[in-house]
Design a protein around this ligand. Structure first.
Ligand SMILES: [Zn+2]
Ligand SMILES: [Zn+2]
Length: 290
């Protein structure tokens, strides 16, 4: 017979209930919605100063980063968006090996576990390219080819629109922009054309060779006057455009001619130097901007 003062033994059933409660508490903590994917496609035009970095979360939660900006600022920006315990990114894309796109991506590869790297690899012997060659060994490198389709998951796709095959002329120090990796993000009826630093020669090639209509456009080369021609804008006819550039940058981006071309066609645009990081959310038919 048990006396009233004796400590009560905890039954096996009570232990089991306790264990289940602890496990479910841990699981609900881990299953933070941002990781699981919520059926929406998110695009963040990250404010990384003078350079490009675009982070995408597919409707199923997969994460893709296109370019990394000029330095480690991209890590702070990703830290604001990604849950603190998330240390992996499914894929990164390098549009071309210029420092304002590549340096931050090196930091990302050093700090995150990255599944795949998509790039149009051309001969490059700059210090950042040599470092890039080392850090990308940890990931699976995929050579880009026009026409490739990357399944991002949850119905979203990234299509390679332009990637001139590396030939004897290819030289990062001389003509990296001619070997630009241009992609288009598609989800339902919505699409975003991502021009990297493509200039008017590539714009012209694309305008004559394919149907370029896209609802959203990340304009080429930070608003330089050598990109975003009126003919190109007329072919794409975007509803919204996005520019990635640094405040008071030394290049004078965006060029007033580019701003005028956008204004003349009534195309509303966002720019990271003024708007900071811009969040575009797509559900396949409608969009939101934050
Ligand atoms: Zn650039
Ligand atoms: Zn460039």
């Amino acid at each position: 017979m048990l006396s009233a003062s004796q400590p009560r033994k905890i039954s096996k059933l009570e232990w089991s209930i306790f264990a289940i409660l602890v496990i479910s508490a841990v699981l609900s903590f881990i299953a933070i919605p941002a990781l699981a994917g919520d059926g929406l496609l998110y695009v963040w035009f990250l404010d990384v100063g003078q350079g490009d970095a675009i982070f995408i979360q597919a409707p199923n939660g997969n994460q893709i980063l296109i370019d990394g900006g000029p330095d480690s600022k991209v890590l702070q920006e990703l830290g604001r968006i990604m849950p603190f315990f998330d240390s992996s990114i499914d894929a990164v894309v390098l549009t071309h090996p210029h420092a304002d796109h590549l340096r931050g991506l090196i930091e990302v590869l050093k700090n995150y576990s990255v599944g795949k790297v998509l790039e149009n690899k051309i001969p490059c012997d700059s210090p950042e390219c040599l470092e890039w060659d080392k850090v990308e060994q940890k990931s699976e490198m995929v050579q880009a080819e026009a026409g490739q389709i990357v399944d991002l998951g949850g119905g979203a796709e990234l299509k390679v629109i332009y990637a001139r095959q590396p030939d004897a002329r290819a030289n990062a120090a001389k003509n990296a922009h001619d070997y630009m990796l241009v992609t288009e993000l598609e989800y339902g009826s919505e699409s975003l054309l991502l021009m990297g630093d493509a200039e008017k020669n590539i714009e012209q090639t694309l305008t004559t060779s394919s149907n370029l209509r896209a609802q959203f456009l990340k304009i080429g080369h930070h608003g330089s006057k050598t990109s975003t021609t009126a003919q190109f804008l007329d072919a794409v006819r975007p509803e919204l455009a996005f520019m990635e550039l640094g405040a008071q940058n030394s290049y004078g981006f965006p060029h007033p001619d580019v701003v005028k071309r956008l204004d003349d066609l009534g195309i509303k645009y966002y720019r990271t130097d003024i708007d900071g990081t811009v969040e575009l959310t797509l559900d396949g038919e409608n969009y939101k901007i934050k």
